[in-house]
Write a protein that binds this ligand. Sequence first.
Ligand code: EPZ
Length: 419
Amino acid sequence: MDKFLIEGNGPLTGEVAASGAKNAALPILCASLLTDDELRLSNVPDLHDVVTTKKLLAQMGVAVASPGPGLFAATARGITTCVAPYELVKTMRASILVLGPLLAKRGHAEVSLPGGCAIGARPVDLHLMGLKAMGAEITLEDGFIKARATRLKGARIYFDTVTVTGTENLLMAAVLADGETVLENAAREPEIVDLANCLTAMGAKISGAGTGTIVVQGVRDLHGADHRVIPDRIEGGTFLVAAAITRGRVRLTKTDPNALDAVIVKLQQAGAKVATGADWIDVDMRHQRPHSVNLHTMAHPGFPTDMQAQFMALDCYADGVGTIRETIFENRFMHAQELLRLGADIRIEGNTAIVTGREKLKGAPVMATDLRASAALVLAAIAAEGTTKIDRVYHIDRGYEHIEEKLGALGARIARVKD
Ligand code: EPZ
């Protein structure tokens, strides 16, 4: 398994471009199942999870092509099976996103139950609740979700908990259903809006995406389309924190500042000077030690849980005490144990971490446990004194495109070593 060897160094400086958004690309790739025509995508990031999704579609018989960097074309006309096997689903929970489109287009789907993951149980009960409300017959057999529906019917669906992929699954189910579907307490993430925009380009009739209430008028068929995936706000936010934690100055380009409001506010509270333009964000820490920030994670437009670990790393170097409350997932502090190995001062009390900043941390061997925890360890290691070895970096490859090249171009000393 690959490792990262990171030498602590001074401030990062320069310019880095955001890649396409993983959490927009994954549902949009699955939307190719909703039409017999070709769906053509651009700005698709080169990530392990994207490769897994392409494999998942291809093993169903979807004709999948990558005609160039960031480009993806898929035609699902000739699919031969509606089964998502455990071997693929266990490596990527987002495979659940084939359930809604397969049911809507083919009337049948068998998707392996994803199982838990490092950050939590990650149930899919709300996905199934919504599909049942639309008339699907769903059974759980041999570790599989088995679903059938002659034609899904529009329904009013209320999500007890805001769920991103739950909203996406039901949105994709609704676009071909008979009648009107209303999704209440829907997720409002930018990735939902991007999926809705792609579906609209395919002929879907959707209003309210990005708000808590999404209304869909079902249509008989969707046609092919061309769609460019939005920038990845979490990858981008990670690079902004890299600037702050090393007291440097970085410009993030090819991004959407509006998708990073909560993160920008927190960086300003940490003492960074932040300037923004149409598609760029400039973070200047001016060689100053960051101030501690308090945050609690919430559904969008609140502070994103996917940026929690990165800000815990920042607080480890700050000039005070910061409290971080994780309200979305029940076990998303795994990075804390590893940060302690670098000399951080973190106390966990239930779903709250109390972080007392230190002027400097010291490099040490650590282990990545999940995608965003890995990113936090990379950030802490770049700002630490000495060498840090990070094991199991396959976690980071799931969600960050060529991270060592991008950080290296900003001045970080990071090398990937093979076992
Ligand atoms: C999406 O996961 C993202 N993944 C996650 O990003 C992100 O952390 C999460 O949304 C929250 O923003 C993708 O988009 C592929 P949820 P998802 O359903 O949809 C509970 C990353 O690092 N819940 O919004 O699986 C659930 O347990 C990944 O890129 C139910 O109870 O998350 C959690 O407490 C990690 N029943 C809360 O809702 C359900 O049926 C939010 O989960 C579904 C969810």
